[in-house]
Write a protein that binds this ligand. Structure first.
Ligand code: KIV
Length: 289
């Protein structure tokens, strides 16, 4: 097995042998035994080779989320995200990782039409990126598609609760499951995609008690975001938890304040450029004496 390091002098990707073995779908699935998970699963989003390299040793799973629409491309939602974007970023993350299982989001419009459409999209994502699994949003309505994919060699991560691709139907990104009917539907959705073959299920933006009910109701690991500490694993958007955005949603904990550090570095650079303090002899080429 090899991964790639980028030689900064030549910008060439150099394959490097790496120790160990990548996480597999059965290994992730097996972390939940008889309804219980000992050590929770760690998942973070990654969209680039370098971020994947940095996160990989710390995660069981890296998710190339369609949140890249907002985070990388400045789009207003995940709705305009394309297959081309997901394939390009998915391939970069696979190249930058060797340990974590890489899952790639299926973008809006690439799978909802029919199981056959979903198979064409998912197989393209797997061929072009080398990822081990795809994620798709939706519950009962998507169960036949999950079944179709999993019986044809495509591991699927489910995604229930707040499903951001449905923002235009939901009317916003508020927590789901506030009414009894909605809560029951979320549990049914999670059961349906699990029974159809999903090997783990992201539970996003739901009341804590509902996330707990889902975790108790399904045999495969739940991965929470804005959900509950009792989920079998957790995921966050990496740029959120690194403090790259001013606005921190309630469910995010900031583990760093990179926005301030980047601002300070850029200000220092500007100061030195304007004062002709950069570059110095150290950063310039001199004739050999
Ligand atoms: O797109 C994404 O990053 C996601 C996670 C937030 C679960 O779906």
């Amino acid at each position: 097995m090899s991964t790639f390091t980028i030689d900064s002098a030549t910008s060439r990707a150099t394959p490097t042998p790496v120790p160990g073995k990548r996480m597999t779908v059965p290994a992730i699935r097996a972390r939940k035994k008889d309804g219980a998970t000992g050590e929770p699963l760690v998942m973070l989003t990654a969209y680039t080779m370098r971020m994947a390299q940095l996160l990989d040793p710390h995660c069981e799973m890296l998710l190339v989320g369609d949140s890249l629409g907002q985070v990388i491309y400045g789009l207003p939602s995940t709705v305009p995200v394309t297959m081309e974007m997901m394939c390009a970023h998915g391939a970069a993350v696979v190249r930058g990782s060797w340990h974590a299982l890489v899952g790639v989001d299926m973008p809006f419009g690439s799978y909802e039409g029919s199981p056959e459409q979903a198979f064409a999209s998912a197989s393209r994502i797997m061929k072009e990126t080398g990822c081990a699994a795809v994620k798709l949003e939706g519950g009962e309505a998507m169960a036949p598609t999950v079944d179709f994919l999993t019986h044809r060699g495509i591991p699927v991560i489910g995604h229930v609760g707040l499903t951001p691709q449905a923002v235009n139907v939901l009317g916003g990104y508020g927590a789901r499951g506030k009414s009894e009917a909605e809560a029951e539907k979320i549990v049914r959705d999670a059961r349906a995609v699990t029974e159809a073959g999903a090997f783990c299920v992201v539970v996003e933006g739901v009341l804590e008690g509902i996330a707990d009910q889902v975790t108790d109701a399904i045999a495969v690991p739940t991965i929470g975001i804005g959900a509950s500490a009792r989920c079998d694993g957790q995921v966050l958007v990496t740029e959120d938890m690194l403090g790259l955005f001013e606005r921190t949603p309630r469910f995010v904990k900031r583990y760093a304040d990179l926005a301030s550090e980047i601002g300070e570095a850029a200000a220092k650079y500007r100061e030195e450029v304007r004062a002709r303090g950069f570059p110095t002899e150290e950063q310039t080429y001199q004739p050999k004496s």
